[in-house]
Ligand binder design. Structure first.
Ligand code: CTP
Length: 418
């Protein structure tokens, strides 16, 4: 079988072909592997390009970077290299390797190996398909474990019985891929997954590592299905009772948030953080604090999770009577766009949704035409006073009282205390 690798696009395909020529010149074999081959066969968008070299990946990386005037970063201890082309295209190259797990859940020890060994160490058959990039054979598929058939049959299948025990993060990966592609974890794999959970396999990995895999669920377009499936299988028990989420609420949240995807104000935001906020929004502060410590969350993640509780308080205030546009602005303006998005999707109260929309579409875009310099020219030297006056003038503008620069200036002057 041959894949056309059309999903790569012309420029990336040229880069991959160049890597293939260099590999051939050095007498190595080289393959595209993993997600990019899987996604190309599924006709999905191809994201990261991973190349495995049977030989020396760093050698190929060095020569490629030199030929295209790109940038090379080599990681000798991992037998890998990354090349970034002058126009920013990225290629990850790894020397084919075999892995040994010294004990269940440990990080594996790696040593150079064959492409078969390299594919065999991977999580699922659909991720263990390789496509050669050598000249003349470009796109020819190497599929030792029936990955192509499993893609056709829509199966998520592990490669050997110890897979979940060796690497329990694969429990969450199986669920994530199953739900993303609307496949099914095939029966024997599911049985082994359940057995791994029954034996507490997830407790044998560092909590941070398991949590990092858990967080990837929130990067999916629609995390609720994977979370429900994980919950039903007991794969979320690692969070403990205190963090037990309300999945029905989360599903409604997701439904509302997906309607906001195309909104200009929200389009390029960190959606994964917003989903994470929603998932943990009901947790008590002590539970959150414990979680932050146990799973090693970053300062930003911690700030976001804590702000979710406060955000619901703000949502309640936004439902108040007789709020002026400037009051809405004052409530929302200090918050991150992610927190505002969370409020927007967390509430089913119509007036709150309306006010958040007015903020994102109208109030947040209002700017004054006057500046502190205009006030200076009127004799105002005090910086704090200038700040107060500009803020009040902006509030008046947001409330629709000021239409022109002249009106702004007159209003600001009227606020100067003599
Ligand atoms: N892999 C694995 N076991 C893991 C993590 C990764 O075997 N615990 C392998 C898989 O073969 C996977 C490859 O490493 O295809 C790259 O990992 P990652 O980038 O996480 O997977 P993708 O398949 O590219 O997933 P995504 O589409 O979510 O980026």
């Amino acid at each position: 079988m041959k894949v056309r690798l059309t999903g790569l696009g012309t420029k990336r395909a040229a880069l991959v072909r160049a890597a293939g020529r260099i590999a051939r010149k050095n007498g190595f074999a080289a393959y595209l592997v993993g997600g990019c081959v899987r996604d190309d066969i599924l006709k999905h968008e191809v994201k990261d390009l991973d190349i495995v070299v049977e030989g020396d990946a760093r050698q190929v990386g060095r020569e490629l970077a030199r030929d295209i005037h790109g940038h090379l970063t080599a990681y000798p201890q991992f037998l890998t290299a990354t090349v970034v082309s002058p126009d920013g295209l990225r290629l990850d190259l790894a020397t084919a390797r075999s892995e040994v797990y010294l004990f269940p859940g440990a990080l594996p020890q790696v040593r150079p190996g064959s492409i078969r060994q390299d594919l065999f160490r991977r999580d699922f058959t659909v991720n263990a398909i390789a496509a050669t990039i050598l000249p003349g054979r470009f796109g020819e598929v190497t599929d030792f474990f029936g990955g192509v058939e499993d893609l056709a049959q829509e199966n998520i299948r592990i490669l050997h019985d110890n897979s979940f025990v060796d690497d329990p993060t694969r429990i969450l990966r199986a669920i994530r891929f199953e739900q993303r592609f609307e496949f099914r974890i095939e029966p024997q794999t599911l049985e082994l997954l359940r057995a791994a959970l029954r034996s507490g396999a997830e407790r044998r990995v560092k909590p941070q590592r398991y949590f990092a895999e858990f967080k990837k669920i929130f990067k999916e377009a629609s995390p609720a299905c994977a979370l429900r499936r994980a919950h039903a299988l007991g794969a979320l028990n690692f969070l403990g009772d205190a963090l037990c989420p309300d999945l029905a609420w989360f599903s409604r949240f997701e439904h509302r948030i997906l309607c906001l995807r195309e909104d200009r104000f929200f389009r390029d935001r960190d959606w994964a953080s917003v989903f994470l906020m929603a998932f943990f929004h009901g947790a008590r502060p002590q539970s959150l604090q414990k979680m932050v410590e146990r799973f090693g969350l970053s300062r930003d993640e911690r700030k976001n999770l804590i702000s979710a509780g406060a955000a619901l308080g703000i949502a309640a205030k936004l439902g108040g009577r007789n709020l002026r546009p400037s009051d809405v602005h004052d409530l929302l303006n200090p918050l991150s766009a992610e927190t505002i998005l969370f409020i927007r999707a967390a509430t089913s109260v119509k007036i709150v949704g309306q006010r958040v929309d007015d903020f994102s579409k109208i109030y947040s875009r209002k700017r004054l035409s006057i500046t502190g310099d205009d006030l200076k020219r009127c004799g105002l030297e005090d910086g704090r006073e200038t700040g107060r006056i500009l803020k009040e003038t902006l509030a008046a503008k947001i409330n629709g009282a000021l239409a022109t620069r002249r009106e702004e200036l007159d209003y600001a002057k009227s606020l100067i205390l003599h």
